[in-house]
Design a protein around this ligand. Sequence first.
Ligand SMILES: [Zn+2]
Length: 371
Amino acid sequence: MKSSLYLGQFSKIKIFVHWTFLILIVYIVYAGISAGLTMNAIGWHVLFISTIFVCVIFHELGHALTGRKFGFKTKNIVLLPIGGVARFEKLPENPKQEFLVAIAGPMVNFVIAAILYVIIQPSVDYILSLDISSINATNFMVMLWIVNISLGIFNLIPAFPMDGGRIFRALLAMYLPREKATQIAASVGFVLATGFIFFGLFYNPFLILIGAFIILSASSETSIVKAQALLNGHSVGEIVMTDFASLDQSISIAEASEVVLNGQSSNFVITSSEHNILGTLDRNQIIKSLSSMDHRTPLAQVMTKITQTVPAETPLRELYISPLLRNNAMLPVSEDGKIIGVINLENIIEFLAIKQATPQWKSLVQRNRPT
Ligand SMILES: [Zn+2]
């Protein structure tokens, strides 16, 4: 999270604000100055935007805390100029759970709006006579009320992967395979996002950003779901690498760098003198330690120690989305308490490519296991 500023945490969920958020504040100040507003008026605008983003944090917490109820942890919440993102370690796949996690965010905005309504109790005449050309002490609360209703409604637009799109996919997934449901939701999302970009060109540049964000994230989510469908029914044991480069823990990083230069391997398993696997190391780690440590340092001191092994029977679709795979260059695979090989993301990506080319691949698999 180098590019983000840590704001604090709520219920053990860390909240960050992305540096690009500054652009938004600068934009408001700039727009205010160009419109000839006083510093006082600009201050009200900045306060207003900041308050909206506090509401956005509550919205994201709605997702995060509902997810937690079903056992899904949130890594953090990041505020971007176009809204917030609650980053889950893993997203719910059960349609009912996905539906509830997605709808919780907009619901929070409706609850905030309801609370504000009770506090201000605006009459219809008052709302109609409201001067919305600028924010000030008189209209602040009413404007915040309107914004929360708008945020709730806007997020319900079924543009996957916006909340409304997730709700839409969850509803479809109750009757269709998840992959098909995602495809339909993403296609609808694409059309709506294109609409956002088109309207954004004339009315609001932020809609262009939101549209682009939807298109990018929809395509990445669609490819993940597609990959998961291909991995369905396969286990880690089927593609475990039993033939891998290993290095003894006692050799130095200088010696290891020679091996990197002379060979084709970029991922290594670090073993003890009894050939037990103790850790893993990749090319980048070796090069990095070469620049920061004594060249004679043994690999035992720089390797990533094995703290967890992946059982061979683990479904591949589960490992594919697991943060374990993304946080480790390589993972040892175990069977009956014994390490039988290693697996990494590249492995799975290769398997996906083969599977896509030959859907009947399953029948070809006969791995040579070490005895
Ligand atoms: Zn949301």
